[in-house]
Design a binder for this molecule. Structure first.
Ligand code: ADP
Ligand code: ADP
Length: 225
C-alpha cells in the first residue's frame, strides 16, 4: 500500500508564494496526472513529494507516514526526469544498476533486477551501449528502467516525454500506461500536454497559478458539455 496524501501544501520562494494550499489524495496503484501551463507549480509540487524541495506549509504522507522531513534516499520513491539524467560515461547496464549499487545490494540481485527490467523495456540487447549510442526513446526507457529496478512503491514523472518527437511520444505514452498498469505503482505524472494527460490519467489535477482547480477523471473534466 502506498497511498499519498498531500494536505494543504504551501510553497514560498522568498516572499513569493507559488503553491497555495494544494490537497490531493492519491489511491494506492493510481496514476494521477498534474496538468497545467508552464510556471503553474507542477514541478515544484512533484519535487516536494520527492523530497527534493522543502515545503513551506502543510503535510505530505506516503502510506500513512509523514515524509516532510525524510531525506530523498529514505523515501520509497523513484523519479523519471525530462532530460533522463543518464550518466554519459556509463553503460546502459550501469546506468540502470547505479541506484542499487549505491544502496549496496548484492551483485547477483542487481544483475537479476536489471535484466528483468531490461526485458520488460526491450533493452536486453542494448545493455553494453552508452547513452549517446541510443535513440531518444531508448534513452527514455533506460531512465524508466533505472526507476523500475528499485521496485519503488511510488513513481514520479516530470515531463518524461517532452524531449521526444510526436510519434515517439504517442508510443511511449502507451508504454508508460501499460507499465504503470502492470506494476500498479502509485504514480504522479506532470505534463503541460492535455492530450498526454487525458490518455494517461486515472484522475487529473488541473493546476493554475499554484492552485489545484479541478481533481477528477479525464471524462468528467473534458467531456462534460
Ligand atoms: P511548472 O512546473 O508548472 O512549469 P514550476 O513549479 O517550475 O512550474 O514553477 C512554479 C513557480 O515557481 C514559477 O513561477 C517559477 O518561476 C517559480 N520557481 C520555481 N523554482 C524556483 C526557485 N528555485 N526560486 C524561485 N522561484 C522558483
Ligand atoms: P566486476 O568486474 O566489478 O566484478 P562484473 O564482472 O559483474 O563486475 O561485471 C562487469 C561489468 O559488466 C559491470 O560493471 C557491468 O557494467 C557489466 N555487466 C554485468 N552484468 C551485465 C549484463 N548482464 N549485461 C550487460 N552488462 C553487464
Amino acid at each position: 500500500m502506498a497511498d499519498i496524501a498531500i494536505k494543504n501544501v504551501i510553497k514560498r520562494y522568498g516572499d513569493t508564494q507559488v503553491i497555495h494550499g494544494v490537497s490531493i489524495d492519491i489511491n494506492d496503484g493510481e496514476l494521477i496526472v498534474i496538468v497545467g501551463p508552464s510556471g503553474c507549480g507542477k514541478s515544484t509540487l512533484l519535487r516536494m513529494v520527492a523530497g527534493l524541495e522543502a515545503i513551506s506549509g502543510g503535510e505530505i504522507s506516503i502510506a500513512g507516514r509523514v515524509v516532510n522531513r525524510l531525506e530523498p534516499k529514505d523515501r520509497d520513491i523513484a523519479m523519471v526526469f525530462q532530460n533522463y539524467a543518464l550518466y554519459p560515461h556509463m553503460s546502459v547496464f550501469d546506468n540502470m544498476a547505479y541506484g542499487l549499487k549505491i544502496a549496496g545490494r548484492p551483485k547477483e540481485e542487481i544483475r537479476e533486477r536489471v535484466e528483468k527490467a531490461a526485458k520488460l523495456l526491450e533493452l536486453s540487447a542494448l545493455l553494453e551501449r552508452r547513452p549517446r549510442q541510443l535513440s531518444g526513446g531508448q534513452r527514455q526507457r533506460v531512465a524508466m528502467g533505472r526507476a523500475i529496478v528499485r521496485n519503488p512503491s511510488v513513481f514520479l514523472f516530470d515531463e518524461p516525454l517532452s524531449n521526444l518527437d510526436a510519434k515517439l511520444r504517442v508510443q511511449m505514452r502507451l508504454e508508460i500506461r501499460q507499465l504503470q498498469r502492470s506494476l500498479a505503482t502509485t504514480s504522479l505524472y506532470v505534463t503541460h500536454d492535455q492530450v498526454e494527460a487525458m490518455t494517461l490519467a486515472d484522475r487529473l489535477v488541473v493546476m493554475n497559478q499554484g492552485v489545484a482547480e479541478q481533481i477528477d477523471t479525464p471524462i468528467n473534466i473534458y467531456d462534460r458539455p
